[in-house]
Design a protein around this ligand. Structure first.
Ligand code: 26A
Length: 347
């Protein structure tokens, strides 16, 4: 029998159902959306979801960035390796999410909200761009009491790696800090994704509160640039930004910090803190993919993080973990939305 995991990996963020369709300029304009963006829905966006379903042949796909990452990591890891935590409603959407995760072998520990519906993310695809507009609903009601409940906290204590989606900084900072503190106190690994430019711009203070705990921080080039701007770094050079992030003060000095910045089809930049305080940067080319193989790039970053974190859970070296991220991102780009191919491929 194949060996099984021991739920080494805990991921925390917003479980969402993606309502994804190919759209057009007129649709983006109607709701005031940018072609490539991720935002929180305001009142003016709330008709988008029905519009996508009624008029654009939208598909319902399991989403939520860190939930995609958790499914991706579990895709690679032995059974029973990953747990995903977040808040949903008591409705058919959360049933769908649960089923999709179960099929992927991902254990979920959802908090069920009595009143609010499961969160939705409208995804409008135009060419290789995707505009995401999220109505968090129940996902926004996550509470630290759930994390600290005996059943969930015992999983936290047993785990070795924590991966928190930065989008959760809009939801429950105390829960993020509880995982961060647990990691620092027990020399476990704490990873955070920057998630979206708006997190770096408008959630700067909570983001900065988590910074001392980052053993790994993952983002893309637009998030790195937003970080640099909101933190007055006075540079648009990705290596310089990654270096600055690597040098930020760190709580657990037993682990060096590693910063990973993906750049679409351009090489991934990695910056690693050295014991003498200097920072080494490296570049890793992505796995080539032909135009005809691209289905859509929604979720590619989540898939990269899933492959990478699987490598870290398995104790692989940095070069291999980055390569595992590039590999899983390529597989996901060939699928519709943030999904992974079945039958399973192995790295
Ligand atoms: C708080 N926000 C805005 C969000 C998200 C989000 N996941 C969590 N919180 N906005 C978009 N997503 C997810 O990003 C994935 C693609 O990277 C979408 O659900 C989509 O699956």
């Amino acid at each position: 029998m194949a060996s099984t995991g021991n739920f080494e990996l805990i991921c925390l963020e917003n479980p969402l159902l993606d309502i994804q369709a190919v759209g057009n300029e007129a649709l983006l304009e109607k709701y005031g959306l940018k072609a490539n963006d991720a935002i929180l829905a305001e009142d003016k966006h709330l008709d988008l979801y029905e519009d996508l379903l009624q008029n654009y042949d939208a598909k319902l796909i399991a989403g939520g960035a860190a939930q995609n990452t958790a499914r991706g990591a579990q895709y690679i890891l032995p059974p029973n390796s990953a747990v995903f935590i977040g808040s949903v409603g008591k409705d058919k959407y959360s049933e769908t999410l649960k089923e999709t995760c179960a099929k992927a072998g991902l254990r979920v520990e959802y908090r069920y909200d009595d009143k609010l519906p499961t969160g939705r993310c409208g995804v409008v695809i135009t060419g290789h761009n995707r505009s995401m507009c999220t109505d968090l609903s129940a996902a926004n009601a996550y509470q630290i009491d759930h994390l600290k409940s005996e059943a969930v906290w015992s999983l936290v204590q047993q785990a070795k790696v924590f991966y928190v989606g930065g989008y959760h900084l809009t939801v429950c900072v105390p829960a993020i800090l509880a995982l961060a503190e647990e990691a620092a106190a027990s020399n476990k690994i704490f990873m955070l994704s920057l998630s979206a430019p708006f997190i770096c711009q408008f959630f700067k203070d909570p983001l900065d509160q988590t910074a001392p705990y980052w053993d790994y921080v993952i983002g893309n080039e637009t998030e790195a640039l937003a970080y640099a701007e909101s933190h007055g770094l006075n540079t648009t050079d990705i290596k310089e930004i990654a270096t600055a992030l690597a040098k930020l003060p760190k709580k657990n000095t037993a682990r060096p910090r590693t910063v990973i910045i993906t750049q679409g089809t351009d090489p991934t930049i990695v910056a690693v803190q050295k014991p003498d305080g200097s920072v080494e940067t490296k570049e890793y080319p992505v796995h080539a993919i032909s135009e005809s193989e691209i289905n859509d790039t929604n979720g590619a970053g989540d898939a990269f993080a899933g492959g990478f974190v699987a490598g870290i859970v398995q104790g692989k070296n940095l070069d291999t973990a980055v390569d595992m991220g590039q590999w899983l991102a390529k597989l996901s780009i060939k699928e519709l939305g943030p999904s992974y191919p079945f039958p399973k491929q192995s790295y």
